[in-house]
Design a protein around this ligand. Structure first.
Ligand SMILES: C[S@@+](CC[C@H](N)C(=O)[O-])C[C@H]1O[C@@H](n2cnc3c(N)ncnc32)[C@H](O)[C@@H]1O
Length: 444
């Protein structure tokens, strides 16, 4: 069984480069990573996993032919790794920005056409007078200076006119431009400001165009490095016509699910990408954005009435932890906050149960589910051993635990300092491999 984690630093096995296949079960590792290909870092994904984890899984468990499902594709780390290994992969993600990022990483583009189009867009943009206001959302004027808004509207106008085949690349460069030219402080994950930074740099329309050129060039660099691999293996990758990882269905049977599900109480993916969602027209209103957030596993958008209830999951330890949060046993915020957090935890694990159930049905017998998850999580002062609870839930469905290890998180965006009474920094990723066992009927 997976243990609660609070290891001392000298307990770590230090590894340079790739995670070895012959790692002992339960090892705590600290990884010195080599510089990854540029394609991995293309596009904003606040909880990007590291390629070493799917790479380790594929090297240890995959044999040809092998087909993978990635139900929380995010920035596409597992997709890229599978393509590099020549392994088939189907993917989905409920978030439109993640889908755009993965589409760019799994398409073939003519680099010359992209370069020419960026030049053409910028030439037209610099001489353009004004575009009508097409985008509106709450607090737009607070987050975007007037000249920036004008620049973004102009870029949108020309991107919409660009050839459909290369538009995804233009939108991705535009998405980075939106983030960079907002009044959000550099390096922030969420649309929020640090109180000690009072001065917001003044930006103009031409700054917007300058950043679009910079992000366009970065995208082109990544694409140039990546194109030879994707050109050879494009037939291996498919986006599923599904968006919600809780209700995966279909006739295909996979050899493995390889993913990193959302971390509990860590990142609100919709809030984190609020500006991109609106400026790219991925949501048409504030309400649409909030509705999108309701579908997120780990959402905090739960009706107040529902939060008053202290429901039972049927898992003894989990129910005790939820009750401790609800009653404020370790940390009393406000009654409403404690009740909300308790419900968020309840819903997170029940959503993951639904997800495991649907993955169990679409796996072959003898197939695997490999997930990595931030562990431990502290919520209202209560430590939640997320990986071991998820493992218990999965095993209840019919999986068997096959392997696990723990990875020290270094310089990851999730490593954000928080109020230590209330929450805390997530120190590790726990990687778990589950197996769908052969049943007696399969053998007979
Ligand atoms: C930890 S991130 C995955 C990171 C990814 N492995 C990578 O390397 O970039 C979790 C992802 O789950 C997605 N997600 C959250 N709720 C979902 C749901 N109900 N269905 C599908 N995807 C969901 C989020 O949009 C996010 O991209």
């Amino acid at each position: 069984m997976i243990n609660k984690l609070e290891p001392k630093p000298n307990l770590y096995l230090h590894i340079d480069g790739d995670i070895p296949e012959d790692l002992n079960k339960g090892t705590l590792i600290s990884l010195q990573r080599s510089t990854p290909m540029k394609i991995y870092n293309l596009g904003f994904q606040p909880a990007k996993s590291i390629p070493e984890i799917p790479r380790w899984f594929l090297q240890k468990y995959a044999s040809f032919p092998f087909k993978i499902l990635e139900p929380f594709a995010g920035g596409g780390t597992t997709i890229i790794e599978s393509i590099k290994c020549g392994i088939s992969i189907d993917w989905l993600d409920y978030h439109p920005l993640s889908r755009l990022i993965c589409q760019v990483k799994t398409s073939i583009f003519s680099v010359t056409e992209v370069e020419e189009e960026i030049t053409k867009i910028l030439q037209s943009a610099y001489s353009h007078q004004k575009s009508p206001e097409t985008i509106d959302f709450a607090n737009k004027d607070f987050w975007f200076q007037q000249g920036v808004q004008e620049g973004l509207e102009i870029l949108r106008y020309y991107i919409l006119k660009s050839p459909k085949t290369i538009q995804p690349i233009m939108w991705l460069a535009f998405a980075s431009t939106v983030r960079k030219t907002s009044n959000m402080n550099d390096g922030m994950i969420l649309a929020a400001r640090r109180s000690h930074i009072k001065e917001i740099p003044k930006l103009s329309r031409s700054d917007v165009f300058k950043y679009f050129q910079i992000y366009g060039n970065k995208t082109i660099d990544a694409v140039i490095e990546w194109q030879p691999l994707i050109e050879t293996n494009i037939h291996l990758v498919k986006q599923l016509a599904l968006a919600d990882a809780r209700t995966i269905s279909g006739d295909i049977k996979y050899n493995a699910v390889v993913s990193s599900p959302p971390y509990i109480n860590a990142i609100d993916y919709v809030w984190a990408s609020k500006f991109e969602l609106h400026w790219l027209g991925m949501v048409k209103s504030n309400q649409e954005r909030l509705n999108l957030y309701s579908q997120e596993i780990g959402t905090e958008r739960i009706p107040k009435q529902e939060c008053k209830e202290l429901s039972k999951t049927g898992y003894q330890l989990l129910d005790k932890l939820i009750e401790d949060i609800y009653l404020g046993k370790k940390y009393q915020a406000s009654t409403g906050q404690n009740q909300l957090r308790a419900r968020v935890v309840y819903k997170y694990f029940m959503d993951m149960q639904e997800h495991f159930q649907s993955c169990f049905s679409c796996l072959k017998t003898g197939g695997y589910y490999c997930f990595s998850i931030g562990d431990l999580s502290k919520i209202c002062g209560v430590d939640i051993p997320v990986a071991s609870i998820l493992t218990e839930i999965a095993c209840d469905i019919g999986f068997q635990e096959e392997f696990h290890f723990h990875l020290l998180l270094k310089n990851r965006k999730l490593n954000i300092p928080r109020n230590v009474n209330w929450a805390s920094t997530i120190k590790h990723d726990t990687v778990v491999v589950l197996e769908k066992p052969f049943s007696l009927m399969d053998n007979g």
